[in-house]
Design a protein around this ligand. Sequence first.
Ligand code: ATP
Length: 304
Amino acid sequence: MQEVRLKARAKINLTLDVTGKQANGYHTVRMIMQTIALYDGVYIKRIDKPIIRLKSNLDWLPTDEKNLAYKGACLMRDTFAIQEGIFIELDKKIPVAAGLAGGSADCAAVLVGINKLFRLGLSKKKLMELGIQLGADIPYCILQGTAVAEGIGEKLTPIAEGCPFCYVLLAKPNISVSTASVYQGLHLEEIKEHPDTEKMLFEMKQKNIQAMGGLLCNVLETVTIPRHSEIALLKQKMTALGAKGALMSGSGPTVFGLFTDKAKAMEAEQIIKKTFGLRDVFVTRIWNKTQQKRRGFYHDRLQI
Ligand code: ATP
């Protein structure tokens, strides 16, 4: 095998709770992670020259060891003594630093891709163990689907039936938030509303998207919304335009809304683009492997 092409899919958080802080400064979390269909294209090729070379469609994105995809390739080369060179091309479609785990998804795809390309025969579990060295979200990005994440995000419980199919409207405000500063600004003892993870899992099992919409909850909004009121305005607008619920994903600033009606989601996309003057507004959908098979989405070239 000379080359592989993969899809590095983004995630949203249907719930995000911070449960404590470890001695090393890392916060412990409990959250429901969900893969969405929006992806970065990842192309990996063997090359003769024994170097790792990364290219991307965003000229400002680092292409050296600051890039998680590059780091992933170095980890695989060094761990498995790969002698040949590796060329990686990223076609970034997931907004960067958006709370959608784009970098982690690229890194996860590189680990999976190099395993395939060099026929290393590593299990998903082994790849996940390797991935955690490079970031807390990487094991989840290898697993994909619906999962409860605990610890620092690496202790994963997959939810077999998972989140029911629906449309997801994403809108990234034109602001940048640093994940570290969001966690630093968090006052755990002052948080009044925590997500009800069990209830969310129950309603998910019932495929009750309406009820799920009401249970969306992310404690990190207590830090980001007072700093950036646009996040709250986007949530209100999405709900007014027919979303069953809306929430900030991860440490933000992207807001997502869950829609059961595709036409409403697409109309909301246009209205939000105009009203808020945003570029990064997309309609995508929940992605779960079982739903893919059932719906025959394998050959669907659209991201929605
Ligand atoms: P998370 O939800 O895990 O916090 P995020 O979606 O907020 O992730 P990313 O898009 O992963 O954030 O990018 C965060 C930072 O990582 C950016 O500042 C970016 O420069 C850097 N980065 C490194 N590698 C990548 C990559 N392959 N794609 C995007 N960003 C990357």
